[in-house]
Design a protein around this ligand. Structure first.
Ligand SMILES: Cc1cc2nc3c(=O)[nH]c(=O)nc-3n(C[C@H](O)[C@H](O)[C@H](O)COP(=O)(O)OP(=O)(O)OC[C@H]3O[C@@H](n4cnc5c(N)ncnc54)[C@H](O)[C@@H]3O)c2cc1C
Length: 368
């Protein structure tokens, strides 16, 4: 039996060592099991962040592990693209325990060691079982080709890709992709369309400062370039049930899943409001398409917003969440939020403060 409190306490002790923790973990893993090095990208900086984030998420949910089971199953299926086989899990477990022991110093006890072994055992088995099951019906990855690449502004590109074989996903889900321009560096992106008959997928990519993959995707990627895709993951932004009304709140490229959801809603229309914001109107790179959608669908309201509108771009001044709440669009609605991590968090708080039920607020927990 895992002692959740003891585990959480030990994790906060270890995590206080910051970047040293993933550094030690990967050094140990690659030294003791050199064959695992090829599973990871050349540049390990982003990967290091991910490990600490993933461990923190598992530990903070260890007493309600059933809630993270779907996430772990997604992770296990997704890891097939690395060639991560059941045989690698013990190597990772050993390096993890060695790392935790190292940073726990005198606080490391046999009881803590056995808590960690048990927690990791559950995680590894859940991931490996889901991967084995997926092997019966899905490939480990999908090859795809870029069919269109349209630069909308300095930072943003709208990219259309064609998977070489059937690629299933639900509106609101994301998938990881890898380009030969940045070998073995996988990042998540979110389709901006519901599945189409021709199988093509539209992506909106914003280059982040110093970003390894996003800058290459925006500046260097060209039609004809190959990509590799992992399976669709995430349930946070999936629209289920039959809600009477829907409010969509987006910042930047967070509008991509909202457009996919609007295409889904078009098959069973209901009153829907999309509030989409950027710092200034120039950042609203998809304005014409969304205005055209709102003109075509009488059940869809579209409110572009910005912090400032110096040149009269016809947008509302304010943040998407503040305006949507002030206009009464979130009361009694299922509310979907997507955008930069800080924006999602502050929007969530604003909605809760405005009295929106936590269960009615939908978002994808960020990997940041
Ligand atoms: C579920 C999910 C869906 C996503 N969908 C999209 C999408 O549709 N379009 C899209 O453009 N991006 C999307 N992202 C973000 C994307 O996965 C990458 O994180 C982003 O493109 C940066 O990758 P990079 O390799 O360029 O940056 P990295 O080299 O990984 O990081 C470089 C620096 O940028 C910072 N950084 C990383 N991501 C962001 C960010 N989003 N905002 C601000 N700073 C950041 C890092 O902390 C680091 O300091 C999504 C992320 C998640 C978790």
């Amino acid at each position: 039996m895992v002692d959740a409190e003891r585990l959480k306490k030990n994790w906060s002790l270890v995590a206080a060592h910051g970047d040293q923790v993933p550094l030690y973990f990967y050094s140990t893993l690659f030294l003791t099991h050199p064959e695992t090095r090829d599973l990871f990208p050349m540049n390990m900086a982003a990967q290091r962040d991910k490990l600490v984030a993933a461990l923190g998420a598992v530990v903070s949910n260890v007493d309600t592990i059933e809630q993270v089971v779907p996430v772990l199953q997604d992770l296990g299926r997704d890891h097939r693209k690395f060639g991560a086989l059941r045989g690698h899990y013990p190597a990772v477990g050993e390096a993890l325990v060695a790392t935790l022991e190292h940073f726990s110093g005198p606080h490391w006890t046999p009881a803590i060691a056995s808590d960690w072994a048990a927690a990791y055992g559950i995680v590894a088995a859940t991931m490996a079982d889901a991967a084995d099951e997926a092997a019966h019906y899905a490939p480990a990855w999908w090859d795809a080709e870029v069919v269109a690449h349209e630069r909308r502004d300095l930072e943003t590109a709208v990219i259309t890709i064609a998977p070489g074989r059937r690629f299933d996903y639900l509106p609101g889900q994301s998938f990881s992709l890898c380009t030969e321009l940045r070998p073995r560096a996988w990042r998540q992106y979110t389709p901006a369309n519901a599945p189409r008959a021709d199988g093509t997928v539209e992506l909106h990519v914003r280059a982040v400062d110093g970003g390894e993959v996003s800058t290459a995707m925006v500046s260097l990627l060209r039609p004809g370039d190959p990509l590799r895709l992992g399976p669709a993951v995430g349930r946070g932004l999936v629209l289920g049930g039959n809600p009477p009304r829907v409010a969509l709140i987006a910042g930047g490229t967070g509008v991509a899943p909202m457009k996919a959801l609007i295409e889904q809603i078009a098959t069973a229309p209901r009153p829907t409001s999309l509030y989409w914001g950027a710092r200034n109107p120039a950042g609203l790179y998809y304005l014409d398409e969304l205005r055209a959608l709102a003109a075509a669908y009488e059940w869809l309201e579209f409110v572009p917003c910005a912090d400032e509108d110096l040149f009269g771009g016809g947008v509302r001044i304010g943040s998407p969440v503040e305006l949507a709440v002030a206009h009464g669009r979130c009361a009694g609605a299922e509310v979907f939020v997507c955008g930069p991590p800080g924006m999602v968090e502050s929007s969530r708080k604003h909605l809760l403060d405005a009295g929106v039920r936590a269960e009615a607020i939908h978002f994808e927990p960020s990997a940041e």
